[in-house]
Design a protein around this ligand. Sequence first.
Ligand code: GRF
Length: 218
Amino acid sequence: MSNAKRVGVLISGRGSNMASLIEACRNPGYPAEIIQVISNVPDAPGLEIADKSGISTKAIDHKAYPSREAFETELDAALRDANVDLICNAGFMRLLTDGFVEAWRDRQLNIHPSLLPAFKGLHTHERAIEAGVRLSGCTVHFVRTEMDSGPIIAQAAVPVLPEDTPDELAARVLEAEHKLYPLALKLVASGDARVENDHIIFKNRPALHGAYISPWYE
Ligand code: GRF
């Protein structure tokens, strides 16, 4: 039997980060496998990508539930039915209650398109350009009750170029996201990265300790 960690991926839209995780899991020896993809948006394009890859998909439409808690009860049940070890939020656009977050503490990862703790929340690229930062990037972290915070597993930095539009910066960051998420999941699923005192400890001391700079260092 495989020792790979069983992963549930939560999406709300296009699913390109999810696709990068699916691709990574195809590599022999990768320490995780995607068992279930769940979207809170029934027509999210990512569901079809997962389905075509032969992965079980489920839509749980948050609008069909009277409260956040009722939606999350269903979500939690689906993840437990699938016997999931880890959750990866990949463009999942619902805020989760403290109850759900604590139930999956240190087992739920999220990717955010900025170098946290800078630019939490939405419209990160517009705000990075507006602030005039010369570097932006992306962060994979464990989920905590405060939005876009939690122990940082890995970050990748990309340049912000003088004439960048938000879309151009978003595309550069997204390319980094597609490399970073598989690396971060590998660090966690293999046990190389674990949480201690709400910080990440690396077991095998990888050369870059989860820090990546474009052009990409392996
Ligand atoms: C990504 O930029 C992710 O960091 C952010 O939303 C976007 C989702 O893109 N949270 P996709 O659905 O993974 O293509």
